[in-house]
Design a protein around this ligand. Structure first.
Ligand code: ZN
Length: 238
């Protein structure tokens, strides 16, 4: 007997975390509707990467939403502020980095919520992670819990009792190494993913920004080389 799959909206940036999250949603038997944002990020390469990943994963639908967060800047990812390079882990773990994009996850989740309501989906997946030095306030469990509560007050479907929105954060308590291990078990092809905050025009990772350093550390802890392209160097030379 065939059972219709439940629909889920999955936020997909093209990075390691969101790609793993997509694989987890599929493993949990959800029909995936992937959503990517062109928000004025300096690493726009990730949008074409997300398209490849969505295609590779065979999602039901993939949309690219346009929101220009450069209109007010405020982040190294949406302005000309330099992306920090070569920071030690201790440095990454203190304070909120300049790569924080003001209110980004609230904006992204709001778009996902709107699409979920249109689709009649009750489930939204986001690959936020509270560990690994990110320091981002909108990646914390208490933030997600509050957002979920708000979501059920905010929508017609929620108020009428047709939908109980659930925000899934399968990676929230995992280290980068644990995320990679889980993804490899699920067959994620990490050579497709792009994590770097400041890639070359061709999309090669810099190997020196916080995102690259944490990613490389995660692969190293799994005893394997990162299969993604890095500018000028092979991953094992970094
Ligand atoms: Zn980088």
């Amino acid at each position: 007997m065939s059972q219709e799959k439940r629909k889920a909206v999955v936020l997909l940036s093209g990075g390691l975390d969101s790609t793993t999250t997509l694989a987890i949603a599929q493993q949990e038997r959800f029909e995936v509707f992937a959503m990517t944002f062109r928000y004025g990020q300096r690493h726009q390469h990730e949008i074409s990467v997300a398209q490849q990943i969505a295609k590779h994963a065979g999602v039901a639908q993939h949309i690219i939403a346009e929101i220009d967060l450069r209109s007010f800047g405020g982040s190294a990812l949406t302005s000309d502020v330099a992306v920090p390079k070569g920071r030690a882990l201790e440095e990454m773990s203190t304070g909120i980095p300049v790569t924080y994009v003001p209110a980004r996850n609230t904006i992204f989740l709001s778009f996902a919520l709107a699409w979920a309501e249109v689709l009649g989906a009750s489930d939204i997946f986001i690959g936020v992670n509270a560990l690994d030095y990110s320091g981002y306030p909108d990646c914390r469990p208490e933030y997600i819990a509050a957002y979920e509560k708000m979501a059920n007050l905010a929508t017609k479907a929620g108020v009428e009792g047709q939908q109980q929105i659930k925000i899934h954060t399968p990676l929230i308590h995992l280290s980068k190494a644990e995320i990679i291990k889980r993804g490899l078990e699920l067959g994620v092809d990490y050579s497709l993913t792009s994590t770097c905050y400041d890639p070359s025009p061709e999309g090669a990772a810099c190997g020196q920004c916080d995102a690259c350093l944490l990613r490389l550390k995660g692969f190293a802890e799994n005893g394997i080389a990162d299969p993604a392209p890095y500018a000028g160097k092979k991953p094992h030379e970094l």
